[in-house]
Write a protein that binds this ligand. Structure first.
Ligand code: ADP
Length: 496
């Protein structure tokens, strides 16, 4: 019961505060209205006091006039409030201080009048401070409001159950819904279903930790039924005293996504077009190599062998670019089978050892294991990790490969003692096109795709890949794969 009454009074107080003590309203009020208001209040107060003379008129001559002064200061500002003080003092002297119905300067109670005037001036100063404080709060609110209303992002605040508590008007520019329509929407109904599960999972995770945030790029249905790509950021400010909600920021990235798709399409078409001529050049090079070898033309055979080596590099680059477009388009296919894991490692090590005289590749393998997965793709990951270990150890050294199987997984590590990766860059090396920058790194050729592709291949087979490294001391890249990733994925589904 207490709360509704309290709320009711608070509402009245807020409305009064908006009406009084508002600098603009005070300025706009006509001069005569301000003074008429003062006179009106003094008359009302005097009538009330005369009517209830015994209780509030005789014993407390200045009571009620303080109220007159406070209201006059709020309504008209300082000068009308001083006018109200003088008028109230005179009226109170006349009616309620002996000798009654006359104003005398030598009145023995004149000290009371001075105290009243002093206290009134104090109240007027206080009222001025309230007006200034109101102005500061209003300015701050207005600045915040215009910032929110003029940015391109849409901002909204939701409670832990997903109920929208606040939404910025910019939502209309972004999605076409006005504030009222958006507030009653269930977010999960307008987010594309491929992303809803991810959003839920990240959201549940986030609200467990104070201050935690996450981003998610997803498609959202606008009012016209079209998909808009947004970059959504969600921050847990549930315990922030002035927010008490999850703050969400939506940025329209439809154009960026469209341009990225165009770029991916271009890379896909260009690499497809490159692949055919390069493959036939390689075939001709191999025919020529055989012919020159047969004829005993060593110098020509040598040149063709070098050309073949360069063609292999080109084919591998084209392959990487094609894989990226497949990953981006969700078209990376796996060809699963049971295969012998150690045999695969040995085969690749033998091949890669032939490419370097400066490095020694050492294997520490556990017992042979049969693994279910894509042999060729896992081989691609090995090749990438070992080639990187060779490439990024320019001053030679051993490359140690350890493979250990235990329980349902197998773990493989490729350790080198090369240039290493500093802490801040370690998580980024798995991003698409990411290459550690720095003068020493510019000498190593590459596109920054190998680890990105490797990570996708491993993830698709239910595994994980990571790096431990120290700058200038070397790196250890490891990955873990389930022995049969079908069982792993099934178990994961059941646990969910
Ligand atoms: P690329 O080698 O073609 O640049 P990758 O995706 O294979 O692309 O590697 C990404 C980046 O990670 C490299 O540019 C390099 O800076 C860093 N990196 C990868 N492997 C190693 C390694 N063994 N030692 C040091 N840095 C490495």
């Amino acid at each position: 019961m207490a709360n509704p009454i309290l709320n009711y009074y608070l509402k009245i107080a807020k409305a009064a505060n908006r009406y009084l003590w508002s600098e603009n309203a005070v300025k706009e009020r006509p001069f005569h209205i301000k003074y008429l208001f003062v006179i009106f209040l003094v008359i009302i107060a005097t009538f009330i006091k005369l009517y209830f003379y015994k209780t509030i008129g005789g014993q407390t001559p200045f009571l009620l006039y303080f109220g007159v002064i406070i209201l006059s200061a709020g309504f008209g500002g300082i000068i009308p409030a001083i006018f109200a003080t003088v008028l109230s003092a005179l009226v109170a002297c006349y009616f309620f201080l002996p000798p009654y119905r006359q104003i005398k300067i030598d009145n023995p109670d004149i000290a009371q009048v001075f105290v009243f005037v002093g206290e009134s001036l104090f109240l007027i100063a206080l009222s001025g401070a309230v007006t200034r404080a109101n102005r500061i709060v209003k300015n701050a609110n207005e600045r915040f409001k215009s910032l929110i209303e003029n940015i391109h992002d849409a901002i909204f605040v939701i409670d832990p159950n997903g109920k929208i508590l606040y939404v910025s008007p910019t939502i209309e520019k972004l999605l076409g819904y006005d504030k009222r329509q958006f507030k009653v929407l269930e977010l999960s109904t307008i987010i594309d279903k491929d992303h809803v599960a991810e959003l839920r999972k990240k959201y549940v995770d986030m609200i467990k930790t104070d201050g935690k945030s996450f981003t998610l790029q997803c498609k959202v249905l606008n009012k016209n039924g079209e998909w808009v790509w947004v970059d959504g950021t969600f921050a847990n400010l549930l315990n922030h005293p002035s927010v008490r909600g999850v703050v969400c920021n939506f940025r329209n990235i439809t154009e960026r996504v469209f341009l990225e798709k165009q770029k991916d399409d271009f890379i896909s078409i260009a690499t497809h077009e490159l692949k055919t001529p390069v493959t036939s050049i390689k075939a001709y090079a191999q025919i020529l190599l055989k012919r020159f070898n047969k004829e005993g033309n060593d110098s020509a055979a040598n040149m063709i062998a070098k050309m073949d080596g360069q063609l292999n590099k080109l084919i591998s680059l084209i392959g990487d670019l094609l894989d990226v477009t497949k990953i981006e388009g969700g078209r990376l296919q796996l060809h699963e089978e049971f295969y012998e894991f150690n045999a695969l490692i040995k085969e690749l090590v033998e091949e890669l050892q032939r490419t370097t005289d400066d490095h020694k590749i050492i294997m520490n393998l556990a017992d042979e294991l049969k693994i279910y997965g894509d042999r060729e793709r896992v081989g691609q990951v090995f090749t990438n990790l070992i080639s990187n270990a060779i490439k990024y150890s320019p001053s030679s050294g051993d490359i140690v490969i350890t493979a250990s199987g235990g329980g349902e997984n197998v773990t493989v590590c490729v350790k080198d003692s090369g240039v290493g990766i500093s802490g801040g860059n370690q998580s980024k090396v798995f991003e698409r096109f990411y290459r550690v920058s720095g003068p020493e790194n510019q000498t190593f050729p590459g596109l920054g795709l190998g680890l990105y592709i490797s990570q996708e291949i491993i993830k698709r087979q239910g595994g994980k890949i990571w790096v431990e490294s120290e700058k200038d001391k070397g790196s250890t890249f490891c990955f873990q794969l389930p022995i049969d990733y079908r069982l792993h994925l099934k178990n994961n589904k059941e646990n969910k």
